[in-house]
Design a protein around this ligand. Structure first.
Ligand code: C5P
Ligand code: C5P
Ligand code: ZN
Length: 482
């Protein structure tokens, strides 16, 4: 099928979802929205929450890390007329169809589908129509399409969909730009006057922080010896004769001349090559997405920074603060989120230091690297750490599998990440997580490049062995190449 047809089919699904939603709004029926805990999920919650709020809908909003019996029981007891899952649900169709067969459900998601869609479930999913949900559109993007169908004035919510896509690291097109269906959403955001884009160095906090701090705050790409190291970042600037201060005012990245930016960029590239991470040098420069209606000097102005702020609220167990921000709170919630972000950063640095303290904390197996975070790493942080680690490992062909215990539930939370070079060879971590988790009565799924699972604590060693084996089999030719 050609792309125009694929797009038309996707939009047909959007219309069906919109009809159900409009129906529930018009009849003032209770609508439950359940969204995923990360930046994309929180942005999706903000989009649907905002669109429904504008229509005075009878709305109940909740954020979850995964779907389990507790959520099923909650839906059964509250019995909403309509339940909408955003940025989650596609991987749980079997649970939804068997455990909630009489409930009206909409799933607005970009994850690979697991299970069959039954009559009570309406889905909008790019994978169903030939689009790659891991990089062409996010959960927030899919939700935006429906919000836009609900009312064209919701076009101003496109900025949140850009934040969601960046949070899911979908900036995989040329020079770290968004492509595919995301590009149309970027254009909507520009048209509605909320977004401007340009190409520049990618330091984190380009508008808000002294340069050495922005350098130290940058983890995509992860620059060994610089990321997390303010003192060393400052020494580097001095060594390059780049003045970090003029008078007593620190300079931000936007204050540097083109010449200074070139000098800094080439020194960092040399440094990364010397540290063996040349693969990620290209990520130093790329597309910048600026939310022009946000105050300058705040972490909301740069869409990547906004996404990290949101992610930090979810990962630190305070998703309601993230939701408040996506719904437009620019006072107390932003202040509180800034404190949460600081704690989140410290947690990342503490966890990364712990991992580097002893060589066996990142164990190399036949076809994976394994991190056993039990006890030390929080289950909500394990995904973030796996994402960061995936760009720092010595062998590009071994995915990272990291897990942390969720003691009160007797399970472990597993996060798996690989690089585009491996998915291009055919590796699909989402499928492997799904398959391996099922074998041990757990749940797993996600994207080819980033996936996860929850499995019983007692099965974790066997699970890891199986994943190591499945990955080996999936891309054996890569290992044969050495
Ligand atoms: O559930 P969802 O699709 O929103 O989450 C995808 C997760 O995978 C995000 O946390 C994102 O940061 C991560 N990811 C990654 N590397 C990629 C793509 C996504 O770590 N290349
Ligand atoms: O939790 P984590 O960030 O590692 O999840 C990576 C990706 O895998 C996310 O897109 C998440 O929604 C997905 N996932 C899934 N099914 C699970 C666990 C994670 O689809 N059981
Ligand atoms: Zn997502």
């Amino acid at each position: 099928m050609d792309q125009a047809t694929d797009r038309r089919k996707l939009i047909e699904d959007v219309k069906v979802a919109n009809d159900h939603l409009s129906d529930a709004i018009d009849n003032d029926e209770p609508i439950h929205v359940i969204s995923h805990l990360d930046a994309d999920g929180l942005a999706a919650a903000g989009i649907l929450g905002g669109a429904l709020w504008r229509r005075n809908a009878n709305l109940h909003l909740r954020v979850q890390q995964w779907m389990d019996e507790k959520i099923v029981a909650e839906i059964q007891s509250l019995h909403p007329s309509l339940t909408v899952f955003t940025d989650m649900g596609a991987g749980y169709l079997d649970i939804l169809s068997t455990r909630l067969p009489t409930y009206r459900i909409i799933v607005l998601d970009h994850h690979q589908k697991k299970g069959e869609v039954t009559e009570n479930i309406v889905t909008v999913n790019p994978h169903e129509h030939g689009f790659d949900g891991s990089k062409e559109i996010s959960g927030a993007g899919v939700t935006y399409l429906v919000a836009q169908a609900l009312d064209s004035s919701n076009m101003d919510l496109a900025g949140l969909a850009v934040i969601g896509a960046l949070g899911d690291q979908q900036d995989k097109f040329e020079k770290r730009s968004l492509g595919g269906l995301n590009l149309e959403i970027v254009k909507d955001a520009e048209k509605s006057g909320v977004l401007e884009t340009c190409t520049d160095l990618q330091f984190f906090g380009r508008e808000t922080r002294p340069i050495h701090k922005a350098l130290a705050y940058t983890t995509t790409p992860f620059i060994p010896g610089i990321s997390g190291e303010e003192d060393k970042s400052l020494s580097l600037l001095l060594h390059l004769n780049i003045k970090p201060k003029i008078g007593d005012r620190w300079r931000a990245l936007r204050d540097l001349s083109s010449e200074e930016k070139r000098t800094l960029c080439s020194a960092l590239s040399d440094h990364m090559v010397a540290k063996g991470v040349s693969e990620h040098v290209l990520n130093l420069i790329g597309r910048v997405y600026t939310l022009v209606n946000e105050e300058p000097w705040t972490p909301l102005r740069d869409a990547r920074e906004f996404s990290v702020l949101l992610n930090s609220t979810g990962r630190m167990g305070r998703p309601s603060i993230g939701v408040a921000i996506t719904l437009g709170d620019r006072r107390a919630a932003v202040d509180e989120a800034s404190t949460i972000l600081e704690n989140y950063r410290h947690t990342i640095t503490r966890n990364m230091n712990w991992l580097m303290e002893k060589p066996d904390r990142i164990r190399e197996m036949r076809s994976i690297y394994l991190v056993q975070g039990e006890g030390f790493i929080d289950e909500k942080m394990i995904g973030t750490l796996a994402s960061i680690l995936s760009t720092t490992l010595p062998s590009w062909n071994k995915p990272i599998i990291a897990y942390a215990a969720v003691s009160e539930k007797g399970v472990v939370k597993v996060s798996a990440r690989t690089l585009a070079r491996m998915t291009e060879k055919g590796l699909n971590l989402g499928k492997i997580m799904g398959l391996a988790a099922k074998r041990f009565h757990g749940e797993g799924g996600g994207h080819d490049i980033a996936a996860g699972a929850q499995i019983p604590f007692s099965s974790v060693d066997d699970f890891v062995e199986l994943v190591d084996e499945l990955i080996y089999r999936d891309v054996s030719e890569v290992f044969a190449e050495g």
